[in-house]
Write a new protein. Sequence first.
Length: 337
Amino acid sequence: MYTQHVVALMGCVWAVLGCVDDGGCNWAGNCVGGTCECVKGFAGVECAELNMGVSWKCGEGGLCVDGENTWGAGVVEGDDGLYHMYACAMSEGCDLNAFFSNAVVIHATSPTPQGPYTPTGVTLSHLDPPASSWDGLIQGNPNILRSPNGTYILYYLGSTALDVPPVNCTAGDTPHLAGASICSNTSLIPYNPVCRQQIGLAYSPTPTGPWTRRSQPILGPGPSSAWDDLFVTNPAVHIFKNESALLIYKARSKENVGAMHTGVASAEHWMGPYTRRQPSVPIPIPSDCEDAGIYYDEGMAVFRMLMHCGCNYVYLWSKDGASWTAASSPNPWCHVT
């Protein structure tokens, strides 16, 4: 926490702010003599800002696939000395406008964590027919982890809809699906995959498969009138040493389709079942924040979460994984990186 020290100097009174413990540095730094010394990756007087690193161009780092649009990715280190990336890509030559009809998960490898990564193939894809499974049409927002016994675990959003196939942009087809606002008309929900997003899980003994997809989602919409009763998506997960799991997820409600919220669920084993934090309330952050990423710092015994809020970002911390505190109001991001 921060406290206020009052210092008298030449008849004037000065108010000086300084930390008294590591909490005053938002658990992203050490409090030393009233001053925060931020850990790597963080900056600012209270360690509430990101210390932006290098941004690599295509061919220098990350994943760039000629002729394909990608969105979001996760990376895990394999036993083969390689780093394995799982990213969302749009099939059939489509761009991001076709996310809700053509999103699939692809696999890529690199000898270094920063890349560049070389695509090796598709990990999760459309089923035939798409409506045959809850995730038969799209699979996206992959979050890859490994369990303590080495199993590769892939969390993802999945969805389907009646009479909605993937489109062939290479042949000139154009995406035709509406956004989340259409979900306010409940009679249209069965026909729009935007409105039917749920969170799934696949697992494999190796990073290249074979992958077992769960036949049912591990987390679906909340009960009627709840803040997350329309759809759930964007999983961010931490797996503990005892195989239990903490799940952060994004959701929308039928009552307020335009607002995004972020919640917490957990499971005694990563296979499930997953239950919502009780009472089930969203994390108190602006409603435009999404795409969370979380990790646990064992040295400081704290969870850290990063989210973007449009062209801003916010850093949050938690000591128990259930109650989260935003270190500050959102900071600029797009024009910094």
